[in-house]
Ligand binder design. Sequence first.
Ligand code: PGA
Length: 260
Amino acid sequence: MPKNRYIVGNWKMNLDYDQTVALATALMNMASTLPPDLEVIACPSPLYLDRVRTTLKQSAIKLGGQNVFWEDKGPFTGEYSAPMLRDLGVSYVIVGHSERRQHLHETDRMVAGKVSACLRNGLVPIVCIGETFEHRRQGKRNAVVADQLRLALGEQMISPNNRVIVAYEPIWAIGSGQACAPDEAAEAGYAIRSQLFELFSEQLVMNNMALIYGGSVDGQIAAQYVDGQIFSGVLVGGASHRADSFSAVIQSIANLSSSS
Ligand code: PGA
């Protein structure tokens, strides 16, 4: 896995224009204190991407999309494409978030199309996979995430210039205030990594892919997931929506030594 560490802030559909600008400004103000191997990625509403880009322009904070369409152009009312995101300075895109799979009926096939749109346009997909509480109870977690991973990535042409981040996000842990225990997350992460080694060469997995954890992460627990062995970062929802709680997450990971 690459040495960089990642903190992805998924602002979802929660902040209005002023709140978005205020949060981006707070991030901008802390950016110069961050270690160089730590990539903080802000994913605002697509409507505010351009505005957030202006605020973050002088900083190392990266811009991420929350979604993308699988075609690059065409009659797809209301959608936006990877080239459009790239035009706005976006470098990462969250793909296949469980909220989209659930509320917008996004299928594994659509997720694969979106991953492929990211890869052909030089964007880094953050591919979200994770099991429901019921899957977990039935002991199906590893099988479910392995399937999601294979369907999202198995057919992709991943070149040495591409990077892929896989986010393990147990659905029952998202927004529930009940994070998956770090050992359990690591167990799932280990299974995901083994599956990546089955799908791709060791070199590609080690150099071009990273695995992060998401689900009720806050500043108290974030650092427990970033061991540098299995997980090299976190995807943060709720705690990324306020400057104090997001900076607590960022500081807790920035304080880890980069070798851990
Ligand atoms: P949460 O959201 O941190 O609020 O659980 C995580 C996510 O949706 O990715």
